[in-house]
Design a protein around this ligand. Structure first.
Ligand code: ADP
Ligand code: MG
Length: 319
């Protein structure tokens, strides 16, 4: 199979068709028509075999995750996804692998009416780069900067499942609900609907790729504020609680790959927030407050306070 047959069979023929794609895959450039009066949000992420995923990761999940982690960035900015491009580097052409990979990719793309509009296909060690493009009305993008003292801190979904799953893989352990943990690691849900609903409500937002503590620090530093987090309020799945692992809270605070959204909002916008999230089936937990004093304080159920510094948080990370 030639490179061009590969592109046609696995990528060109399967993509979602959108009227704003004027010239699709197959020419030197894609020509796209962004809607008037919207701004373009663009993000790119690379997954390298052996670095970001184990080489035996199921191809379907790899296609799904490569797109999902990019969509998560659009979600964190409150953008509506529209198009994406794909740079694929493969050591060999394996049709069963390509079929599963493209299915994972397009299953997720179709859910958000997202069109693949171009890319590049090269020979080499396996790596996947996706760039996504989406729309956001002027002045409405959610940024890391903007959190104010007194704002509430919220988190979508639950924390620590993906990190727990990753640890199972690394240590080659079996565990009850292993499939659940791996599904959270392999097929994170981009919180696209939540992100858009938070426009003009959230004061700051970020998606959790490196762990709650690490990513919340980005909001704190960009906004010039601090935070207090209530350990008992961190949302944990039933499956993670059931493990009774002694490091559960470390997974929730410091393990990465959850791709949940962490956002802040002033208390007076609580009713508005509730209303905006009314029709979205995604749990939201209130986990803390923004403070004037910089730094991150963690308060446990007995009122004990731990201070985490920018450098200190990774001492808590599960190995
Ligand atoms: P060029 O040499 O002009 O850069 P290519 O031969 O690399 O073009 O690609 C031909 C067409 O196929 C282009 O429209 C390109 O965007 C598209 N393409 C190449 N690889 C991929 C891929 N992995 N996924 C989607 N489109 C691709
Ligand atoms: Mg060309």
């Amino acid at each position: 199979m030639t490179e061009f047959e590969l592109i046609r069979r696995y990528f060109q023929s399967q993509t979602y068709h959108r009227p704003d794609v004027i010239v699709p895959i197959g020419d030197d450039c894609a020509i796209l028509a962004p809607p008037p009066h919207q701004q373009l949000a663009i993000s790119l992420d690379t997954l390298v075999s052996g670095v970001h995923f184990f080489s035996d990761m199921p191809a379907y999940d790899l296609g799904y995750k490569a797109l999902s982690v990019n969509l998560s960035d659009l979600a964190a900015m409150g953008a509506e996804p529209a198009w994406f491009t794909l740079a694929l580097t493969l050591p060999a052409i394996e049709e069963t692998w390509l079929q599963a990979f493209s299915r994972g990719l397009f299953d997720l793309a179709a859910r958000y009416q997202l069109a693949l509009v171009g890319g590049d296909t090269t020979h080499g060690p396996c790596s996947i780069t996706i760039q996504v493009q989406g729309f956001v009305p002027p002045e409405q993008a959610l940024k890391r900067q903007g959190a104010q003292p007194g704002d509430d801190i919220y988190i979508t979904g639950s924390l620590g499942d993906a990190g727990f799953g990753l640890n199972l893989l690394k240590t080659q352990q079996e565990a009850p609900n292993k499939d659940y943990f791996l599904s959270r690691l392999y097929r994170p849900t981009p919180r696209i609907e939540v992100g858009q609903a938070l426009r003009q409500i959230a004061s700051a937002a970020i998606d959790i790729s490196d762990g709650l503590a690490a990513d919340l620090f980005h909001i704190l530093e960009s906004s010039g504020v601090g935070a207090t987090i209530f350990l008992d309020n961190l949302p944990l799945s039933t499956a993670l609680r059931a493990t009774q692992d002694e490091k559960i809270m470390d997974y929730a605070l410091c393990a990465g790959e959850d791709y949940e959204l962490c956002f802040t909002a002033p208390p007076e916008k609580k009713p508005l927030l509730k209303q905006a999230l009314n029709n979205i089936t995604c749990p939201i937990a209130h986990i803390g407050v923004i403070t004037q004093t910089t730094g991150l304080k963690i308060v446990d159920g007995s009122g004990n306070i731990k201070s985490l510094t920018r450098r200190g948080y990774d001492h808590f990370a599960p190995s």
